[in-house]
Design a protein around this ligand. Structure first.
Ligand SMILES: *Cc1c(COP(=O)(O)O)cnc(C)c1O
Length: 230
């Protein structure tokens, strides 16, 4: 089942790339493996996927020792400040930095470990009350402040688009994030790059790719429905 799912996702990625005149290599597929057992992650790993996304620190750190070393872990869920030190040396990228305070905590813990932590800023483009993330107008001031933190490296932006029936409804959300990243790039801020746009999930990753996503986060499309009971 996983192989067929993955093939289907690959096909749809290629289709979207073709439509947008982009190359497949410009897009990183992150397999979102939250709630799924390590045996399933191993199977997807064996099919060639190396990037995996988790939304809980505990689950991520539990899975790390169970799987191969060259697997790249992405922290994509809301991060509490008291859990920062557990995850910063395990994830290759933290997608969900949603406040200056969180960035400050990452700076402190990263300095202790003498590492530099790559991050994305999470933007609540649609301003949904139920979601974390900075408002669009808060992003630039936050970046200017976080850019001064020597152990934190901003690499781009992330958004979780609203749940919609028709993925076309999210096209404007993706366009806004893309435009914001271009506006930020023009400022040429030291230590800041905005090369990564993490946007698009199972329901809408094709539209996200058409609008410039460089990382897509696909859970259900690869692993099937999640059962939160377990
Ligand atoms: C769960 C999750 C995803 C994947 O969602 P699917 O709809 O299953 O593809 C992507 N991003 C984040 C932040 C998530 O928490």
């Amino acid at each position: 089942m996983l192989e067929t799912n993955l093939q289907e996702v690959e096909e749809k990625i290629r289709e979207a790339c073709k439509k947008a005149n982009r190359s497949r290599e410009d897009i990183t597929l992150i397999a979102v493996s939250k709630t799924k057992p390590v045996s399933m992650l191993q199977e997807v790993y064996d099919l060639g996927v190396r990037d995996f996304g988790e939304n809980k620190v505990q689950e991520l750190t539990d899975k790390v020792p169970e799987l191969p070393d060259d697997l790249r872990w992405h922290m994509i869920g809301h991060l509490q400040r008291n859990k920062v030190k557990q995850v910063i040396d395990k994830a290759v990228l933290i997608h969900s930095v949603d406040s200056i305070r969180l960035a400050q905590t990452i700076e402190i813990e990263a300095a202790k470990k003498e590492i530099i932590v790559p991050i994305l800023l999470e933007v609540n483009v649609a301003e949904e009350d139920s979601k974390f993330g900075l408002k669009v107008e808060e992003v630039l001031p936050a970046i200017e402040q976080i850019a001064t933190m020597p152990h934190v490296r901003i690499q781009g932006l992330m958004t979780i688009a609203p749940f919609v029936e028709n993925p076309e409804e999210n096209r404007t959300v993706f366009k806004r994030l893309q435009k914001l990243s271009v506006d930020i790039a023009k400022k040429n801020i030291d230590n800041v790059s905005v090369n990564i746009l993490s946007m698009g999930m199972t329901n809408d990753y094709q539209v996200a790719i058409e609008e410039g996503a460089t990382m897509i986060r696909v859970g259900t499309g690869i692993f099937g429905e999640r059962d939160y009971q377990i």
